[in-house]
Structure formats: structure tokens, C-alpha cells
Design a protein around this ligand. Structure first.
Ligand SMILES: Cc1ncc(COP(=O)(O)O)c(C=O)c1O
Length: 454
């Protein structure tokens, strides 16, 4: 409902109503829609206009009053104070609001299927955590020793990286590991090569660290190693190029490591979804070739849930020590309960079980997705992961198609969102893991209707 002030109420937003009002009020003052000296309606009138109880408007006014945005003048009413706006915060993208998409069917890539009821392995892990007292003091900043050992075994077994606990650091996921690495090892102005098209959060992390980004083209096999120019670091997704899906062949891997040895560059291997491979087993990780030159990043975001915010970084012992020393000072590492649960999930085979189950389920969905979409373009990247990419004819406008899909209730990612300077065809990046199977079928039907109208 609208009021005489630029305020609205969204009962579905999940934020208490008085906080919604206060937040919108501050924004309106900062961007000039509400000027100093403006007289506000009484709490009673505002409550009537908005269709809320007076306690809501009173709580909002109390909050704004306490913060100094409004003032009462005896006998005259309540007025906007003379707040000198700070320089507005410049946002790179609209603020992330996961709830905004909650009612839509999402085919955005990267999020696994989460069953509505937790299964026994999950419950067992948390029960086990709940029976233990937390440690007496601060933990090891690199991670719980037992978890580091379990992760070293895991990456040796699953990704072929010969390493020990001293090579492992527990993280809050890939992006956390990447940012830590950039903070500790890079200087502003350093050059970092990043795949184009590539993972946006890696680009944002590099920008935030004031690095110079070098856009490197990719083809159906992944990063074009022969196109690399001088760079202090390279971010690469060798097992399933994000988002086009190429698998970096052995010859290119060897060439990349040789190049890094020659130039002294650091290779950052983002191994985000290598667990899901539908043709042959994944190639061993790049880090297996040279742990002095490669830092390997793994995550639970694709196998269990991105909401866990857990992952691992595997590197030389010297690098892990350096990163852990920084973390000991910054206090920025995953909390004990999360790590203890992760340990239980690894030790009891819950993670392996989830991967096996996911692989079976996603294989069928992937086959269905490819069958439905193949008449509309060229499908790439279907051998692995949780998404495929549909390359569209050059005259297609993928942004417009994604907007039309959203209008029809389906979220897909346009490929041009992932492109920077290297030209290439338009397309859609389609995640098939997140919805239930029936929702996936419905979403694909909607999408094909839009693609047929193109
Ligand atoms: C290329 C890539 N790397 C990593 C991740 C996962 O990041 P995190 O472990 O920080 O959740 C994603 C998730 O979408 C991704 O697409």
C-alpha cells in the first residue's frame, strides 16, 4: 500500500514492517526524495494510509528519531532533520536479494537439489556435533586438524592430489579461499588472467583487490593457454570451464604448468563441480601436477549446499602457513560447529553418498534438458556439472530472452552476463539441478515456448 511518504509495505519480504519503513525512509532522505524540513504525517495517519497498526509506524519513527533522521518540534509535529547525505555507496550490481527469486522457478546455474527433508546422514552429523562441547579456546586458524587430515585423504582419493593435512586449509567456500589468497599474495596493480567468459565472482574479487584483469579466451576445451600473456596469477576452471563447460586436455594442462613455472605465475584452480561427471571420470586435478605452482579450491556448495559456506584450499605447506598466519590475525575462518559437522560428513561417507545420489539424479535431468533444448541451438558443457550452456544464433538477444523467461516465471542466466571483452555467440546458461524434476520439466516447457517465439 502507498502512503503520502515514499514508503510501501511488503508483507512477503520477511523483514519486520517497522524496519522496512525505516530503511525506505533513510533511502528517500539520502537520495533527496525527502528533504530536510519536510513535515511527516502523524504515526496514526501514516498507519491508516499504509494499512498497518500504529505500533508499526510508532516503532519506525522511534528508530528514525533515535538515529537522528527526524525530530519532533513541540506543538508543530515531526520533521525530517537536516542530514547531510554521505556520498552514496556505489553498487556494482543490484544488492543480492535471494528472496526476490523465491517464487520463480530457477534454472540459474550452480545450486544443487536440496531435498525438503533432511536425510539420516545429515542428522547424524549434527547430532554428533551437539553432543560435544566446543574447544576451550581459539581453534587452529588453518582448520581443525582432524578435518584437514580427512580433507587431505578426500582430495587424494577423489582428485588425485598427493598431499597431507599440512597442505589443506578449511575455507568458507571457493570465493572465500580466492579472496584470502588474493589478499595475502597479491599487490594492487598485479595482473591476473581470468577466463572470458568466466566466473563473475572471481572477476569481482580481482577488481576488489585492484588487480589488472587480463581476459583470456576459452574454446570448447577450456582456457586457451597459448593466448596467455604476462600475468602474476591465472584463475582457471580446468575440470569444467565455467560457464562453457570445456575440460582442459592433458596437453594444455602440462603447457599451463610449464608456462607458470617459466613465468613464476600462480595458478588458481577452481574445482567447483568436478564431482559430477557423466561420461568418463574427471581428470585428476591440475594441482596434482605441481602443488608449488597451483592452488586448488574445492567446495561443498555443489555437492551439499552453498548455504553451508564450506570448502577447502590445497596448496604448498609454505602457502598454507602464510594464509593461516594471516587468518590467525584476522579471525576469519569457519566456526567450530561447521567444521565438526563437515568432518562427520566426510568420515561417515555422507558426502560420497550425496555425490553418488546427485550424479544419478542429475544424469537423467541433464539428458532431458539436452533433449528438450537441442532444437534451439548448440548445447555445450553437458558432460559434467550442474548446468549446460545453450549457444544461440548470433542474432539472438540472450538478455531479452532471459527477461522474457523471468516475466513468465523462470530464471535463466544469459551467457552475455559472463562475457567481458572476448566476443562470442549469445546463449543461455541453464542449471538443471535446483528444481524438483517436475518443476524442471515445467520450466523447460516455458523456456521452449519463449525460444520458439524468438
Ligand atoms: C565457477 C564457480 N566457482 C565456485 C563456485 C562456488 O563458490 P562458493 O564455494 O564460494 O560457494 C561457483 C558457484 O556458483 C561457481 O560457479
Amino acid at each position: 500500500m502507498q502512503s503520502s511518504l515514499p514508503l510501501t509495505i511488503d508483507r512477503a519480504a520477511g523483514l519486520p514492517l517497522h524496519l522496512q519503513l525505516a530503511e525506505q525512509f533513510r533511502a528517500a532522505v539520502l537520495d533527496g526524495r525527502l528533504q530536510a524540513g519536510h513535515r511527516l504525517p502523524s504515526t496514526r495517519d501514516l498507519a491508516r494510509e499504509l494499512g498497518v497498526s500504529r505500533s508499526v509506524t510508532q516503532a519506525a519513527y522511534d528508530q528514525l528519531h533515535a538515529e537522528g533522521w527526524i525530530e519532533g518540534r513541540t506543538g508543530a509535529g515531526t520533521f525530517v532533520t537536516d542530514v547531510v547525505p554521505l556520498q552514496p555507496v556505489v553498487r556494482r550490481r543490484p544488492a543480492h536479494r535471494p528472496d526476490a527469486d523465491a517464487k520463480l522457478l530457477t534454472l540459474r546455474p550452480g545450486i544443487p537439489y536440496i531435498a525438503p527433508t533432511p536425510d539420516p546422514g545429515w542428522r547424524r552429523a549434527w547430532r554428533e556435533v551437539s553432543t560435544q562441547s566446543p574447544p576451550r579456546g581459539y581453534d587452529d586458524a588453518a582448520g581443525l586438524p582432524a578435518l584437514r587430515a580427512a580433507l587431505a585423504d578426500h582430495v587424494a582419493r577423489v582428485r588425485g592430489i598427493a598431499c597431507g593435512p599440512e597442505n589443506v586449509l578449511v575455507t568458507n567456500g571457493t570465493v572465500h579461499g580466492l579472496r584470502l589468497l588474493l589478499t595475502v599474495t597479491r599487490q594492487p596493480g598485479d595482473r591476473i588472467a581470468i577466463e572470458d567468459p568466466g566466473y563473475l565472482n572471481a572477476v569481482v574479487a580481482a577488481r576488489d583487490h585492484r588487480l589488472e584483469i587480463v581476459d583470456v579466451p576459452v574454446d570448447e576445451d577450456g582456457l586457451q593457454v597459448d593466448a596467455l600473456t604476462e600475468a602474476a596469477a591465472v584463475y582457471v576452471t580446468p575440470s569444467h570451464q565455467y560457464p562453457l563447460g570445456g575440460r582442459l586436455p592433458v596437453a594444455r594442462r602440462n603447457e599451463l604448468v610449464r608456462w607458470a613455472r617459466r613465468t613464476g605465475s600462480l595458478l588458481i584452480e577452481d574445482d567447483y563441480d568436478s564431482e559430477f561427471r557423466y561420461d568418463v571420470a574427471p581428470l585428476p586435478a591440475l594441482a596434482q601436477l605441481d602443488l608449488e605452482r597451483v592452488v586448488h579450491l574445492g567446495t561443498l556448495s555443489k555437492t551439499l549446499s552453498p548455504a553451508l559456506r564450506l570448502g577447502w584450499l590445497v596448496a604448498s605447506e609454505a602457502m598454507v602457513d602464510r594464509l593461516a598466519t594471516f587468518r590467525a590475525d584476522s579471525g576469519d575462518w569457519p566456526g567450530w560447529p561447521m567444521q565438526a559437522a563437515m568432518l562427520a560428513m566426510l568420515r561417515d561417507g555422507y558426502l560420497d553418498q550425496a555425490v553418488r545420489r546427485g550424479r544419478r539424479m542429475y544424469a537423467d535431468r541433464r539428458t532431458h534438458t539436452c533433449a528438450v533444448l537441442s532444437p534451439y541451438g548448440q548445447i555445450v558443457g553437458q558432460d559434467a556439472g550442474l548446468h549446460i550452456t545453450l549457444l544461440l544464433p548470433d542474432d539472438a538477444d540472450d538478455l531479452r530472452i532471459a527477461a522474457a523467461a523471468r516475466e513468465a516465471g523462470v530464471v535463466v542466466a544469459p551467457l552475455s552476463e559472463y562475457r567481458r571483452t572476448v566476443p562470442g555467440p549469445p546463449g543461455l546458461v541453464i542449471g538443471y539441478a535446483t528444481p524438483s524434476t517436475s518443476d524442471l520439466h515445467r520450466a523447460l516447457t516455458t523456456l521452449t515456448e519463449i525460444l520458439s517465439r524468438r
